[in-house]
Design a protein around this ligand. Structure first.
Ligand code: 5GP
Ligand code: ZN
Length: 133
């Protein structure tokens, strides 16, 4: 994809700080990190999100995550991991990627709601109706 920033990074047209690469994925430090070592796992193939990913790719990414967690623990002394995948309205770059955020202490990363939420009871009423009928 010509206009895709991640395709350009994978091709080397835009510089990046690589943490891992193989035939299927390219992994590099996020330019706007949540914690030290925050990186992105990106398939070399331009696909939109996890819906378009093959089982083979998803299993492979799972193994890459496990390997990187060990490496990060040894190199950066991280003690945990937060894994994020954004799709739909939450996805800024429309090339499938997983955020791998090494953790160092409790509450060093925060996900917070930016609008008023329905009550859990109200939400669950809808879920029950739609999911189980
Ligand atoms: P999204 O919101 O799509 O899940 O996340 C896209 C991520 O890509 C963001 O965390 C953003 O900081 C990162 N990003 C966007 N452009 C670049 C870039 O040119 N280089 C690097 N290293 N990361 C980028
Ligand atoms: Zn792309």
């Amino acid at each position: 994809m010509e206009d895709c920033i991640f395709c350009k990074i994978i091709k080397g047209d835009i510089p990046s700080k690589k943490v891992y690469e193989d035939d299927l994925v390219y992994c590099f430090l996020d330019i706007n990190p949540h914690t030290d070592g925050d990186c992105l796992i990106v398939p070399k193939e331009h696909i939109l999100d996890f819906h378009d990913a093959s089982d083979e790719l998803l299993i492979h990414i799972n193994n890459v995550i496990k390997d990187l967690e060990i490496k990060y623990h040894l190199a950066l002394k991280s003690d945990g991991l937060t894994i994020i995948h954004n799709s739909g309205v939450g996805q800024e770059v429309k090339h499938f990627h997983i955020h791998l955020i090494p953790r160092y202490e409790l509450n060093d990363v925060a996900l917070s709601a930016k609008r008023e939420l329905k009550s859990i009871d109200e939400v669950y009423e809808t879920i029950e109706k739609e999911f189980f009928n």
